[in-house]
Ligand binder design. Structure first.
Ligand SMILES: Nc1ncnc2c1ncn2[C@@H]1O[C@H](COP(=O)(O)OP(=O)(O)O)[C@@H](O)[C@H]1O
Ligand SMILES: [Mg+2]
Length: 298
């Protein structure tokens, strides 16, 4: 018997996160393989963001381990980024008073070798590195459709473009795996569609993607595989078709049965339900612009 084994980019094994008496994530196993787009769905409070925080070293899991290409990662965000995992946040985290280009350059710094002295002395090595970093950052702005805004302050970008900029900044660390936490939250249908195309393009360039999203149409169109978290536990994992037709998912998450593939009606229903639950916060965010780093790990 022949088996095709590609070693996973991500192997999460028995990841558990407890906060006092609350178990937010319980014994979750998840693999992501090269070339895959994997979705992570589940009701609000299911533990999706907490799971991302465990994968990226923001939280030290109570139990379990996270490996990137077979090597167990220390739970330190900068080491996780250096290893090859980049992420975006459910609540946008940009440097509001830096330009779009500067925000991407910040994301680039884990991949530049020039040290402190080189930077202070501004020698030829530093100049070369700086030029190369700028060129790469501009490439990423072209790729995400933000090149013409390179000199704008990030706080002046419309909300959808701030989300894109977060993706550009994450890509600047040349990740093998990109984690996206609700990348289309607060976007209009056109922006959501553009984000879908962007995620496909990222995958086609060789970066695997793990994405949390509430927009079912987005998830089921995009993902090769979908895992469903309910109350911290992985309830089901499978192809979009498998997950959509699983009775337990329908009961636990979707509430009402789906008639075949998700259509406009179902998507609208989910959107309406979501905007009832989280729309207020999203609108606030849109008006406030980029938020400062918060301590809640969101
Ligand atoms: N830092 C924290 N301290 C205590 N409880 C937390 C913390 N972060 C998340 N939680 C709790 O963990 C559960 C899962 O939250 P979260 O991962 O944000 O869910 P989701 O992203 O699926 O909506 C929630 O009950 C939330 O209140
Ligand atoms: Mg979340």
């Amino acid at each position: 018997m022949t088996t095709t084994t590609t070693s996973p980019v991500l192997t999460a094994t028995g990841v558990t996160m407890r906060f006092g008496g609350l178990t937010a994530v319980q014994a979750v196993d998840l693999d992501v393989h090269p070339g895959e787009i994997v979705g992570l769905i589940g009701p609000n409070g299911a533990g999706k963001t907490t799971f991302f925080n465990c994968l990226t070293g923001l939280y030290v899991p109570t139990e379990g381990s996270v490996a990137y290409r077979g090597t167990v990662l220390p739970p330190k965000p900068h080491l996780v980024t250096q290893a090859g995992i980049a992420r975006t946040f459910q609540n946008i985290r940009l440097f509001a008073n830096m330009t779009v280009l500067e925000n991407v350059l910040v994301g680039r710094h884990t991949r530049t070798k020039e040290g402190l002295w080189s930077a202070l002395l501004r020698g030829p090595g530093f100049k070369r590195a700086e030029t190369a970093s700028k060129a790469r950052a501009m490439e990423l702005l072209e790729f995400t459709g933000l090149a013409d805004k390179a000199d704008h302050l990030s706080r002046n970008l419309p909300y959808g473009e701030q989300r894109k900029l977060e993706i550009a900044r994450a890509l600047a660390s040349d990740p093998g795996l990109l984690l996206l936490d609700e990348p289309t939250a607060g976007m209009n249908p056109q922006e959501t569609r553009a984000t879908e195309e962007l995620v496909f393009a990222i995958r086609d360039l060789g970066t695997a993607v793990l994405v949390i999203e509430h927009d079912m149409r987005f998830i089921f169109n995009l993902c090769d595989r979908v895992a469903v978290l309910v109350q911290g536990q992985k309830l089901v994992e499978g192809t979009s078709e498998t997950v959509q037709s699983d009775e337990r998912v329908i009961a636990a998450y979707l509430g009402t049965p789906f008639e075949g593939a998700p259509g406009a009606e179902e998507a609208a229903e989910v959107e309406a339900a979501e905007s009832g639950a989280t729309g207020g916060a999203t609108q606030d965010e849109a008006q406030r612009g980029p938020t400062a780093r918060t301590e809640d790990g969101q």
